[in-house]
Design a protein around this ligand. Structure first.
Ligand code: PLP
Length: 240
């Protein structure tokens, strides 16, 4: 391959480090590889990238079991970042090296995931709770008002789901000349509520926010996990 991915990845990592400034831990970069070929994933992996994000269960399942990935990327850590339907839980939880599900957004979905893990006698999986901070109908996620209840349900009743933090997609194209991004502020506020109501330390609750267009602003607003696709892999073809 051209080596373009390697240089783009390294530029993103530099920008992430710079945005984190003197912070103790540098935010995790999830390389969003949806609709990109295996070769692109391996190129980034060979340059040291370990966390990869995918939006579609079927596509993730196929990539994870691909022979080249199995052979050359044994330490890959997959994040599922798309909308999850209950009837896809089985397939998702069969995925090799699934590390994180970032989009748990309802009690029903949490229960379905937990019950599937119990039934399959699987070990626990990390989850983020997705919050619809912008209130747009087109976005999935629980409402900011209900996120404490959902996190509480997961912590108390879903012992095979390890709650690790909150995730938002947010409204596209915020104009930063108008001030900070309200989606990032709302997610940070949700973290404070979850921390206070459930007596969890703030720094035990991650924030997954920021994509190619705004990951530096997201980090400035406290993001610990940025999901970057285009800036690493280039523009995507539209999904068929
Ligand atoms: C596609 C996608 C991203 C990456 O978006 P880019 O703008 O390409 O960086 C991040 N998060 C989610 C949930 C996505 O679907």
């Amino acid at each position: 391959m051209s080596g373009k991915i390697v240089s783009r990845l390294s530029a993103v990592l530099d920008r992430v480090k710079a945005a984190a400034g003197s912070r103790e831990s540098v935010p995790r970069v999830v390389a969003v590889s949806k609709l990109k070929p295996i070769e692109a994933i391996l190129e980034a992996y060979e340059a040291g990238q370990r966390h990869f994000g995918e939006n579609y269960v079927q596509e993730l399942a196929e990539k994870a079991k691909d022979e080249r990935v199995q052979l050359k990327a044994p330490d890959i850590k997959w994040h599922f970042i798309g909308h999850l339907q209950k009837n896809k839980c089985n397939l998702l939880l069969e995925t090799a090296n699934l590390w994180m599900i970032e989009t748990v957004d309802s009690v029903k979905l949490a229960n379905a995931l937990n019950q599937t893990l119990v039934r399959k006698a699987k070990k626990s999986v990390n989850v983020f709770v997705q919050v619809n901070t912008s209130g747009e109908d087109s976005k999935n996620g629980c409402s900011p008002d209900s996120c404490v209840d959902l996190v509480e349900h997961i912590v108390k009743n879903c012992h095979l789901l390890d709650f690790r933090g909150l995730m938002t997609i947010g409204q596209w194209g915020h104009d930063y000349s108008q001030g900070s991004n309200p989606d990032f502020e709302t997610l940070s506020q949700c973290r404070v509520s979850v921390s206070e109501k459930l007596s969890l330390p703030l720094d035990a609750i991650e924030l997954s926010m920021g994509m190619s267009g705004d990951f530096e602003e997201a980090i400035a607003a406290g993001s610990t996990n940025v999901r970057v696709g285009t800036s690493i892999f280039g523009e995507r073809e539209k999904k068929q």
